[in-house]
Design a protein around this ligand. Sequence first.
Ligand code: GSH
Length: 219
Amino acid sequence: MANLPILYSFRRCPYAMRARMAIYVNRISCELREVKLSNKPREMLLISPKGTVPVLQLENGEVLEESLDIVFWAFNLNNETKTYKNYKSNENKYNDLISIIDNSFKYNLDRYKYPDRYSDIDINFHRNECLKIIKDLNSILLRDKYLFSDQIGIADICIFPFIRQFRIADTRWFDEEMNMSAVLEWFLRINESKIFNKVMIKYEPWLENYKSVIFNNSQ
Ligand SMILES: N[C@@H](CCC(=O)N[C@@H](CS)C(=O)NCC(=O)O)C(=O)O
């Protein structure tokens, strides 16, 4: 296991899903340490005291403690690919869309999905705010199979885990009533893909057995 990057991850965290998908599609091997958020490993807190996952510790000791930093690091390792070149020539478009998901969409998603955590929440209002953003995704996806491309790339990987959370809040409504067919097809394509299924394999929390798990594209 020597000389592999170490990824601290939590299976159900959308930010960690992003990181795992980026590592997987870029065929990078790493040691995966599944974290229980209620019992974070001291080893992780020592390198990243803010205590959020994902955290990636590189072989040279450098620590990436934001999901987007991990995503861009992973894609940059394959910077000759069509996917990365497409990102580089449309950087603003990608970054603006990801930022809308991380800010406005996430804000409204939390209130739609977990109304009990806040006071005075109008679920329909927050669902509609999310829906406005989903409409924009739908128009982009009417043009291409994936976001700005005909193959899965940075924007899809960053955005999909949050759309998945939005769907989980009311799956029947999302699938049958939302009426955003391009988003639904895109969602199901990724949800049923080998990539997503591989990154959702369950592992025991690392602290419970200290067993090393190698995470890579050959599994
Ligand atoms: N901005 C961070 C956010 C990561 C984040 O908030 N992760 C959540 C889990 S989904 C977390 O670790 N929360 C800490 C906790 O619940 O103790 C990133 O993009 O990596």
